[in-house]
Write a protein that binds this ligand. Structure first.
Ligand code: RAM
Length: 551
């Protein structure tokens, strides 16, 4: 199983504790939820796209990951001439695409008398079509890498790669051919697919060019990830994760407005939760919808409740919230299972028994972040209860929120430093401050002090991925630090744009472009759901991001 840094065995006991009667917690609802999800499966919009130029990649220290694509020849030079032995070409489609790739082989001289064999490599970024994949040292399956050996038995023929691909560049290398005939490669195309078909509103005319560009790249990222579910990445893992769904649905609400996709995903996750009513962090659609059994992320389970509440805020779809309320309520039992008498979450136990994600950041201590997120979840879930008029079912929440907030301030906050600390080494991280601020543990004034403190601190654990940067931007905005929020989007996401991003990346650390949670940077996803959220910020807060800076 992927991302296996978890102690799944221990989970077993937690989940066993409530399965004593061997009954499905959602016996009466589960089938309805799954059928609803099925009815909402979207029809994908298809478009045929053609390549724009031939390139070659050259090593260049100033380019992202040391590689850049430069013009080599017009497309015609490939389409009109023989594709001879030892030949290799790289085709640039000029934009990121998610879909099905085809090309045609046409005879040129003599009679084709044998099959031809090629190797095709598809890349989202130039390095993927430039560096060798083998010997493979990554921690995820090598099969995610998009290289395929294709044998064409006949010339002429048209070949379509059956696997759906995510790419901008295609490298074609000849492996074997007969000396008795010549052929050419022609008519390359990609049938691109997405469930995002609406045209989002244009930004106000005075918006700075870099913000416009970030918005465009963000929209493209989201569009590529919107398939029959909100995928995390169209190259890898191509499935629904709660954390990605939440962020994608925020961006979708301010752009493509495909609310039925959000609804489908919420129902699907509910329908595929475990027998005890706990959500599973990630689910697959094929061949039949099924969960990745055993993959429980505590932070993602909590964020489901927030996603449901946000879904209601933009749709007023009370029927769905009523139907899914039992799921949100059940996730609160996780909190009760780890709550200590002093009001702190039992971090050590939780960390043993669950996957606590929060960010891809080696060495991050997550106790303070967990406390902050838990308080945030309780507040959001209480609001959800109000929406469906079920406060009576969760009447102890206000007191619990109070208790946990006080505990956070008492045990984890250093008043002199204005910072939260986490763990025995008193680690100071952005993650801790962010989640405490989102949980409203500090006043606005204190939040501002705290963020200013960490921004100027050397050696603080900064976010490792756009995922945590999203929550950082929200914490800045909640603290009234609008200018800092604008600057951070410009520098961080703008940094990817300047480095040539067509779509935003799963991981980006400006200090290390080769960073990979999977030990091999070409397997990172370079069009990743959770990175699309500047779209949400830019469009939700036009007064911060769409103002004309010249006046
Ligand atoms: C990422 C996946 C997905 C995320 C998990 C935790 O790398 O691709 O985006 O939700 O790990």
């Amino acid at each position: 199983m992927k991302h296996c840094n978890l102690n799944l065995l221990c989970l077993f006991f937690f989940f066993l504790s409530s399965i004593a009667f061997g009954q499905d917690y959602y016996k009466t609802e589960r089938q309805t939820w799954l059928s609803k999800a099925n009815e909402l499966k979207p029809q994908l919009t298809e478009m045929i796209k053609h390549p724009s130029r031939l390139v070659h990649t050259v090593e260049d220290k100033t380019s992202f990951q040391g590689w850049k694509a430069v013009d080599s020849a017009p497309m015609d030079s490939l389409y009109k001439n023989a594709f001879t032995k030892d030949r290799a070409v790289i085709i640039d489609f000029g934009e990121h695409l998610t879909g099905y790739f085809s090309f045609t082989l046409a005879p040129l001289m003599q009679t084709p008398d044998a099959p031809v064999r090629f190797k095709l490599t598809f890349g989202e970024v130039p390095s993927e079509v430039s560096v060798p994949f083998d010997p493979y040292k990554g921690s995820l399956s090598r099969a995610w890498l998009q290289d395929e050996v294709v044998t064409a038995m006949d010339v002429p023929s048209t070949i379509t790669i059956t696997r759906r691909l995510a790419f901008r560049y295609v490298k074609i290398e000849m492996i074997s051919q007969s000396v008795a005939f010549d052929f050419k490669i022609t008519d390359m195309s990609c049938k691109s697919v997405t469930s995002a078909s609406a045209f989002p509103e244009a930004l106000s005319a005075g918006t700075e060019p870099m913000i416009k560009k970030i918005d465009q790249v963000g929209l493209k990222t989201l569009q590529e990830c919107m398939q029959t579910v909100y995928e995390d990445g169209p190259k890898r893992d191509r499935r629904l994760w709660i954390g990605d769904l939440y962020l994608e649905s925020l961006a979708n609400s301010y752009s493509f407005k495909n609310y039925n996709l959000t609804k489908r995903c919420l129902y699907l996750l509910a329908g595929l939760s475990d027998q005890n009513g706990y959500l599973i962090a990630t689910v697959f659609e094929n061949p039949e919808p099924h969960p990745q059994t055993g993959t429980h992320l505590m932070d993602y389970s909590f964020l489901y409740n927030v996603a449901l509440k946000e879904y209601f805020n933009v749709t007023n779809d009370i029927e769905t919230v009523n139907s899914l309320w039992p799921v949100a309520k059940r996730q609160l039992d996780i909190i009760y299972a780890y709550l200590q008498p002093n009001g702190l979450m039992n971090y050590d136990k939780a960390n043993k028994e669950w996957w606590l994600f929060f960010d891809w950041k080696e060495g991050l201590h997550k106790e303070a972040a967990l406390q902050g997120l838990t308080i945030y979840t309780l507040k959001q879930t209480y609001e959800l209860a109000r929406i469906v008029n079920k406060q009576g079912e969760v009447k102890d929440l206000p007191l619990l929120i109070d208790k946990m907030t006080q505990a956070a301030r008492k045990y984890l906050y250093d008043k002199n430093k204005n910072l939260f600390e986490s763990g025995p080494q008193k680690q100071i991280s952005y993650a801790s401050q962010i989640w405490m601020i989102l949980g409203d543990v500090l006043s606005t004034k204190e939040s501002r002090k705290c963020l200013n403190e960490i921004i100027h601190m050397k050696g603080a654990f900064y976010p490792g991925s756009p995922y945590l940067y999203h929550y950082y931007i929200q914490a800045l905005i909640n603290s009234g630090m609008n200018e800092e929020a604008r600057k951070t989007i410009q520098n961080y996401w703008g940094g990817m744009v300047t480095r040539g991003a067509d779509t935003f990346w799963e991981v980006y650390d400006p200090n290390n472009e080769f960073l990979s949670p999977y030990n091999f940077y070409p397997i990172n996803s370079y069009c990743h759901a959770w990175s699309c959220t500047p779209v949400y910020f830019i469009r939700k807060y036009p007064e911060i991001f769409q103002t004309d800076r010249k006046h």
